[in-house]
Design a protein around this ligand. Structure first.
Ligand SMILES: C[S@@+](CC[C@H](N)C(=O)[O-])C[C@H]1O[C@@H](n2cnc3c(N)ncnc32)[C@H](O)[C@@H]1O
Length: 352
């Protein structure tokens, strides 16, 4: 068998980038935790000693961290002055929590998920599941940090207006359930945008519901937004005008059962909004960097989460529109359409 040296070098080049990126993920998490990116953005060009002083950290560690960041293109190095800085784009994505492209949360999700690798390897052998709640708590916190900027950028400005008549109902005052709400960032964003509506977030994971309640209190919304521990197949209430599922339908063991419960709890003219990771229907159309990230996260998080619950359908995070339509229509919905999309999400509207 003849090895083509060019192809070999090309593949090794890709692998060394990935090898470095795997270590680098932890450095992004550390940089966020210690405020290194923010301090660098505020201070402008800095030596390692200056950044260490500003962040009350050790100069030797900061020097190594900065060199790694510069080698990866996450900070900019000026060889003349020996100083490091963040370009506008680097600061926008690494130092500004309100930016729609804020990245550190994604790395917190990834490093948290890696901690489950032994459990997941065992699950490959046994075929059993690993529940969302069995992961390192950083996964729950990281998910909120990763997804909230995306919801802040799209939910109120484009996703809700893409649903037929929903914006008007929410403005007049509607009943909303946010199922699988996690830390409740989507619930809170909707509550802030539509003060006449009443919202309740449900999730089976108790610690996430506690975090969501605390976030609502911090936002001054504790009277208007409720958070309760409940599963997608048996959450309470009837006649909701809008039921929303943000990035969680595919994590559920029985998404068809969940769809049937949504159908029962919606008003006859209500809307089910389903936000899922972006995916095409055919595997060959998902073999790209976004698909790689989602298939990998799905192997470590979503597929085992679904397999840990009853039925264990395991849609995976790259189910695609066709498969999702199938699940939703089996649950009793007659109308289903793609209402909006971004490079990372598909937004579906299901009606009774
Ligand atoms: C990827 S997280 C998304 C959280 C939140 N919706 C967001 O977008 O930030 C998936 C969520 O689904 C929840 N979940 C999984 N299975 C569930 C079920 N059967 N019933 C209710 N919640 C469930 C998990 O606890 C977790 O909070």
């Amino acid at each position: 068998m003849a090895i083509d040296p060019d192809k070999l070098n090309e593949f090794l080049g890709r692998a060394i980038v990935d090898f470095g990126a795997t270590f680098h993920a932890a450095l992004v998490v550390i940089g966020e935790k210690l405020g290194l990116y923010k301090a660098l953005a505020e201070a402008g060009p800095s030596t390692p000693a200056e950044l260490a002083k500003r962040t009350s950290t050790d100069e030797r560690y900061v020097r190594e961290w900065l060199a790694a960041q510069a080698a990866g293109g996450y900070v900019t190095y000026d060889r003349e002055g020996g100083r490091y800085s963040l370009s506008e784009e680097q600061a926008f994505t690494l130092a500004d929590e309100n930016s729609p492209a804020y990245l550190p949360g994604a790395f917190l999700v990834a490093t948290a998920a890696l901690k489950a690798q032994d459990k997941i390897a065992d699950a490959f052998r046994s075929g059993k599941g690993v529940g969302w709640h069995e992961h390192d708590p950083d996964l729950f916190r990281g998910t909120e940090r990763f997804f909230r900027p995306n919801y802040a950028a799209h939910l109120v400005s484009s996703w809700i207006p893409s649903l037929e008549g929903v914006k008007e109902k929410l403005e007049r005052g509607a009943r909303v359930a946010d199922v699988g709400c996690g830390f409740g960032s989507s619930t809170i964003l909707m509550a802030q945008a539509y003060p006449k509506s009443s919202l309740v977030g449900f999730d089976y994971h108790g610690p996430s519901i506690e975090a969501a309640r605390a976030a609502a209190e911090r936002a001054g919304l504790s009277g208007r937004v409720k958070f309760e521990v409940a599963k997608a197949k048996d959450y309470p209430g009837k006649d909701y005008d809008l039921v929303a599922f943000f990035d969680c339908l595919h994590d559920m063991g029985d998404p068809e059962g969940a769809a049937a419960h949504v159908r029962e709890t919606l008003s006859s003219n209500g809307t089910w909004m389903i936000v899922e990771p972006f995916a095409n229907d055919r595997i060959e159309d998902n073999l790209n960097p976004v698909g790689r990230a989602f298939y990998s996260a799905s192997t470590l998080i979503c597929t085992p989460a679904s397999k840990s619950q009853e039925v264990g359908l395991a849609l995976g995070a790259q189910a695609g529109e066709k498969r999702l339509r199938d699940v939703v229509t089996r649950g009793g919905f007659s109308r289903f359409r793609r209402a909006a999309e971004t490079p990372f999400n598909l937004v579906f509207e299901a009606r009774p």
